[in-house]
Design a protein around this ligand. Structure first.
Ligand code: SF4
Ligand code: SF4
Length: 168
């Protein structure tokens, strides 16, 4: 599935349709906080973590099934996320997106939040956008974006090694 960004400037309704498109065939980046939270719920990092090397940095990503490239936490029977209550920040942000720079999409404009400037988008290709009764606000998504950035700053191999040591 290709992300088709549309400017996100005011509340948008969203209800996941469990189509699996966003849980398959792409890297889901994990922060140290994500890894810690998932591990605390009894999942061994060996079973859900993969490492990838990008731009000189090690990144932690969710492991996927070989047969359909689906995330290891996706339940193929129900179509739902098995760790929905404590899933990674990236999964909570999607189908929205937080950027520090404009993407060049028609109608986009900066969103100011807590004294900082963001460009927010939603993915038009997600069938859950505009559905259901839950309204998602730009403030909520900007807040998650800030949290993701902060957690990524301390996400590295050394901090990961410390985390594993403290879990033992
Ligand atoms: S968030 Fe959207 S793309 Fe992802 S599973 Fe739900 S409906 Fe499908
Ligand atoms: S953790 Fe859950 S929401 Fe995130 S990719 Fe995996 S199945 Fe999908």
């Amino acid at each position: 599935m290709r992300f088709r960004p549309r400017p996100f400037k005011e509340e948008v309704n969203f209800e996941c349709k469990f189509c699996i498109d966003c849980c398959r065939g792409r890297f889901i980046y994990l922060t140290l906080g994500d890894i810690e939270r998932i591990a605390k719920h009894g999942h061994d990092p060996q079973d859900f973590l993969m490492l990838t090397f990008e731009g000189g940095k090690t990144r932690f990503v969710l492991a996927y099934r070989e047969w359909d490239l689906g995330c290891v936490f996706h339940d193929p029977e129900t179509g739902k996320c098995r760790i929905h209550e404590y899933n990674p920040l990236v999964c909570r942000i999607y189908p929205f997106m937080v950027s520090r720079k404009p993407l060049g999409v028609e109608g986009e404009e900066p969103f100011e939040y807590k004294g900082e400037k963001f460009w927010l988008y939603y993915d038009e290709s997600c069938p859950g956008v505009g559905e259901g009764n839950e309204a998602i606000t730009p403030e909520e998504i900007a807040e998650l974006g800030i949290r993701f950035e902060k957690e990524m700053e301390r996400t590295n191999l050394d901090e990961f090694a410390e985390l594993i040591k403290s879990e033992r």
